[in-house]
Design a protein around this ligand. Structure first.
Ligand code: NAG
Ligand code: CA
Ligand code: CA
Ligand code: CA
Ligand code: CA
Length: 377
């Protein structure tokens, strides 16, 4: 009969994990190796291992039983399987040995927090980004396995409702999706906290921040504002007389909000820039009510965006009459021939003069004999 141990003597080892009994003695975790091995004067050695050692436990009657002792905490994330080799030596001469492998599979415990690849995601997006577009994808990893590493992405509970109506989180992929248009003019920066939660028990949670910088797009048309109503202008107003005060406004920023005002058509007026975006509409030439009693001045506002936007406004300016036209007769002198003894009241002669509303006055020395009668032309 061979002294070498046969398979059936060792087959318990294939079932070792059914028998491993966890006992803690003096702070050490011990896994007792079953009864069957207690027979005979057999000694044991264990292959070198960082975590496990073999201790002989004394039983009554000088009998010993080998125990597998855990020397330091296991960490599945460092080593998930430990392969040990147990050797049994008999007391004979020469010594005969038998070996068996012990495979220790370390079960996962949810002891790792999900960790984001970046603590801050800093991205820039134009304000006209289309709804439905993916702005950024956050990503976290979890060193555990199975449900302990299954992640769900969410916006932090403290996220304001206003942001939740603009952004949506895909809880599986970590993609942040734009729901509604951004508006640089109302908010040029969005900051949001994101969490990744695993499905372990208890669950663990990792955090990161997402900063979305909104880039201005030229989406506002410049406006022309009359800061004072245009006042009617006397036709004899000197050059440079202020007719109206005008300002320009554009809600965009930078070049998109830089506005230039111009007069579109020829007129005896010009725009004089004053402070910032303010202008004065002033006279720039001779006015004449008799040729033009009213001017429609068209102003164009253009921003410096690319492409640029513009708007127009027409201002109506009326010219006030000044009595600057003396009446003049068709002829400088009229020669009238009369017979003596003429009937009083008869019309002698008609004269006419170009004039505005006025009076006809006859020299005083003739008032005894003549008077002027006005008749329709
Ligand atoms: C985020 O990006 C913007 C523009 O790219 C930059 O000006 C800003 O300094 C960045 N912020 C941080 C905290 O990195
Ligand atoms: Ca773990
Ligand atoms: Ca985990
Ligand atoms: Ca804009
Ligand atoms: Ca603009």
């Amino acid at each position: 009969m061979t002294k070498r141990m046969r398979y059936r003597d060792w087959k318990w080892l294939w079932w070792y994990h059914f028998f491993l009994l966890l006992i803690t003695v003096n702070g050490q975790t011990r896994y007792s190796i079953p009864e069957e091995l207690k027979r005979g004067s057999v000694s044991y050695t264990l292959s070198k291992s960082e975590c496990f050692t073999l201790k002989m436990k004394e039983l009554s009657g000088d009998r010993y039983v080998p125990e597998l002792v855990l020397e330091k905490p296991l960490d599945r994330e460092k080593q998930s399987v430990h392969q040990l080799l147990l050797t049994a030596l008999d007391g004979g001469s020469p010594v005969k040995t038998g070996t068996s492998s012990i495979i220790v599979t370390v079960l996962d415990n949810n002891d790792n927090v999900p960790v984001f690849k970046r603590t801050l995601y800093n991205i820039s997006v134009p304000e006209n980004s289309a709804s439905g577009s993916v702005l950024v994808r956050v990503e976290a990893t979890d060193a555990d396995e199975g449900v302990n590493a299954e992640l769900e992405y969410r916006f932090a509970d403290s996220t304001p409702q206003a942001l939740l109506s603009i952004l949506r989180m895909n809880s599986d992929t970590g993609e942040i999706i734009l729901l509604n248009p951004l508006d640089y003019e109302s908010s040029n920066k969005i900051e949001i906290s994101v969490t990744a939660k695993d499905r372990g028990v208890p669950e663990m949670e990792g955090h990161c921040r997402v900063q979305i910088i909104v880039i201005d797009v030229n989406d506002n048309v410049p406006e022309i504002i009359l800061t004072s109503k245009p006042s009617p202008v006397r036709e004899d107003a000197p050059k440079g007389a202020v007719v109206a005060l005008i300002s320009a406004r554009d809600l965009d920023s930078g070049n998109n909000g830089k506005v230039m005002l111009q007069l579109t058509n020829e007129s005896p007026f010009t725009l004089k820039p004053s402070f910032s975006n303010n202008y004065a509409l002033i006279t720039n030439g001779a006015l004449d009510r008799e040729t033009n009693s009213e001017y429609n001045v068209e102003i164009t506002a253009t921003d410096s965006g690319s492409p640029s936007l513009s708007s127009k406004k027409t201002i109506c300016i009326s010219i006030i009459d000044v009595n600057d036209n003396p009446p003049f007769f068709n002829q400088l002198s009229y020669n009238v021939y009369l017979k003596e003894n003429g009937v009083a009241g008869s019309i002698l002669y008609s004269v006419s003069a170009k004039t505005l509303i006025g009076q006809w006055v006859l020299s005083a020395e003739f008032l005894n004999c003549f008077r002027v009668q006005i008749s329709a032309p």
